[in-house]
Design a protein around this ligand. Sequence first.
Ligand code: FE2
Length: 273
Amino acid sequence: MQIVNLGRLEADVMLFGGPYSNLQATRAARAWAANRGISSNRVICTGDVAAYCANPAETLAEIRDWGIPVVAGNCEKQMAAGASTCGCGFDSGTTCDVLSASWFAHASARIGPSERAWMSNCPDLLQFELGQRRFVVVHGGFTDVSRFLWPNSPDTEFQEEIDAIRRCVGPMDGIIAGHAGIAFERSIDSVEWINAGAIGMPAHSGRPTTEFVTLTVKGDVTVHTLEYDNIEAAAAMRAAGLTQGYDRALISGWWPSEDVLPESLRRQSCANG
Ligand SMILES: [Fe+2]
């Protein structure tokens, strides 16, 4: 268990997850931060740098050059260990399971020892203070890096993670997470659970833009949309042979599989209101 304390941050923070090998989106996020004068020590990534899209090595190089803190996602854990799957725990034979075999193999084949060493050094948990509040950053959950906590998951599931984190690092005011690919905010037991979304894949919303979050010194949380060259990113996926459906998701804004989603977040449910 690697824990890193970033100390006190002195101004507003940019939070995002899931670069997912999407080089175009990662460059756009970096430009957004630069345009607003947000220095690299105040940009935090919740992990999964290399995943679905075409450019794992280039995206990782961009993140490393940017120099931002990155908490280990399941993709970092699995690739650092030389594993053959993404470690999401998808049920065997589901669409997510089948699709992940393609993109994980693509990503894993394009990174080398230096990248795997960097991934193995990503912490499991980050801490920082902002204003009068204390925050913790994890990937999926603390008890399980690949735990999916959705906007409508039961309070008890968030509570389990909050309790486990408190036992490890003491009280906190907010927890920042990723993995689910959808930005949201929940308040559970006086703790703000903030999912910072994913910049590398739309949030199954029907919109091609992606999402990230800012957190102000005063405590305001805002979900932002990231516009980037999704046409180029999708073309790069097709050129790389990644044509299993996530390439089209960059254009349509809809994931190719809803296996992983709770029933109420599936497209049919959304369409039915
Ligand atoms: Fe993940």
